[in-house]
Ligand binder design. Structure first.
Ligand SMILES: [Zn+2]
Length: 254
């Protein structure tokens, strides 16, 4: 009796794991803009809808929009220049660039589908238009690279696997631990890919990509010797990023 139920559990567990892998195969597609093969479960329409839906709440978490029409128009202008001169224009995404009021949190981020944000704290530290283009170009890279959508699909995949494993062999905790590491690993790769795309967009739009290194310096200074800002927790070390950016500049002949 015990032996029978053990076998059934293994069978169900394996079926769940097999289903997860089947879904992974059928949902893996090549990103036409980066050439990267990635696991995606959302349509571009869903990405855009999620971004638009979450944008007001995200803005609220950073003190709402910065109340200066001139500064916002400047951010819009630089963002539009990057999009209109690069492959970003060929994507189905609607890019919106928002300047947020938060004067303390140095951050910039992108929601899936094209909603892009920069805090006043970071904006006010930038020394020139090229550096602003560097920050916004990096965020456009996250959108076009479909990094959020990929993270969502990977999370679903690992949730299904760990369900299967916990039914089959009570090893769910172990497998979901691996899943989290994979997610964090992807996050680092995403940042470096976005820096690379950012350099590409900057060159196309006539900006100096070396100013991206200036942005890294600002991030480094903001971090201080001991304090780890929010930006750092999701972004790789600025020194690693500088090396990567320099390689991209050489690659694209900037
Ligand atoms: Zn990033």
């Amino acid at each position: 009796m015990m032996r029978g139920s053990w076998k059934i559990r293994i069978f169900i567990g394996l079926a769940i794991v097999a289903f997860a892998f089947f879904k992974k195969c059928s949902n893996t597609e090549e990103n036409p803009y980066t050439g990267k093969s990635q696991l995606i479960s959302l349509t571009t329409e869903e990405e855009i809808a999620i971004g638009l839906q979450s944008a007001p709440q995200m803005a609220q978490e950073y003190g709402g929009l910065y109340q200066d029409a001139e500064a916002q128009a400047y951010v819009d202008m630089v963002g539009a220049k990057l999009v209109n001169n690069s492959i970003a224009k060929q994507t189905p995404y609607q890019y919106d660039f928002h300047l947020l009021a938060d004067p303390n949190t140095i951050n910039a981020f992108a929601l899936p589908g094209g909603q892009i944000f920069i805090t006043y704290a970071l904006y006010s530290k930038l020394q020139n238009e090229d550096q602003l283009a560097g920050v916004l170009g990096h965020e456009v890279g996250h959108v076009l690279g479909r990094h959020s959508a990929e993270r969502i699909a990977n999370t679903e995949f690992w949730q299904t696997i760990s369900q299967g494993a916990s039914v089959g062999a009570d090893a769910g905790g172990l497998v979901s631990g691996i899943g989290q590491n994979v997610l964090l690993g992807n996050g680092r790769g995403d940042e470096l890919e976005s820096d690379d795309l950012g350099v590409r967009f900057m060159l196309k739009a006539g900006y100096n990509p070396r100013e991206m290194i200036g942005v890294m310096q600002i991030l480094k200074d903001a971090a201080g010797p001991s304090r780890v800002p929010e930006f750092q927790s999701t972004h790789p070390d600025p020194d690693n990023r500088i090396e990567n950016i320099e390689a991209s500049i050489r690659k694209y002949g900037g």
